[in-house]
Design a binder for this molecule. Sequence first.
Ligand SMILES: Cc1ncc(COP(=O)(O)O)c(C=O)c1O
Length: 281
Amino acid sequence: MNNKTVYLNGQYVPLDEAKVSVMDRGFLFGDGVYEVIPCYLGQLFHFQAHVDRLTASLAGIRMANPYSTEQWLDIFKPLMDVSENQYIYVQITRGVAPKRDHAFPEKTPPTIFAMCNNILPFAGLETGVKAITLDDSRWQFCNIKAIALLAHLLHRQDAVEKDCAEAILINRDGFVTEGAASNLFAVIDGVLLTPPKSNQILAGITRDVILELAAKNNIACREANISLAELKTASEIWVTSSTREIIPVVELDGVAVADGKVGAVWHAMNSIFQAYKQSLL
Ligand SMILES: Cc1ncc(COP(=O)(O)O)c(C=O)c1O
């Protein structure tokens, strides 16, 4: 039994009672997008940037954002607990069509679902984690935060089965794209690098915040393609996301990253990032 209140198509209902038709295109085709928005003690983190990315994801699958930023806020507020660090999960599918047809249905209202969960502290934050590299077998629209995550799940599961926290994905040209559920940063020759935005990566909000904070705090940083060979020379590797924040990778493919300890640039950036979060509360 889970009686937590969630939002479904204009109603607030207990999670156990939130039901979607088997004809929903999200269920049948993975035809939808989602967004994950951190919410620290009731303060949504970079809310407009998350709404903008949701609008871009929807545009990427030829749907319109049904609500304004203010309307989304009104929807999310009743779900939030101001005494917790949480994240909003919001999912929009192309709705319930009368028949199973690949072509988009006409005039079908979207299915809109939102819930709020506590962010559990991630054990690897201070100690660092292990990661593996894998061939990136995803599609060519990784800039869309699509609910069809099967390739991501298979990559992450490969990592988990090798006792690793993340899979770092390498494209056909031998360059790093991102993690299975994160963006990637590496310190190479003293410079903090991250792959540029493209259709091969999700434009992470955490990634943008780190780039801004690095520039403001005189940490040498730039967007650059990183080959697998270059990644192996990195003195630090991080994977970043809204719910795990900035996770240092201390072992890659069974080999220690530098001395296998969490690096100085991570310590500096993590302190800056935590102070920045506090400043928004
Ligand atoms: C594939 C992928 N890349 C990057 C990210 C990081 O994005 P954000 O920092 O906005 O959470 C995520 C987050 O889940 C992701 O799934």
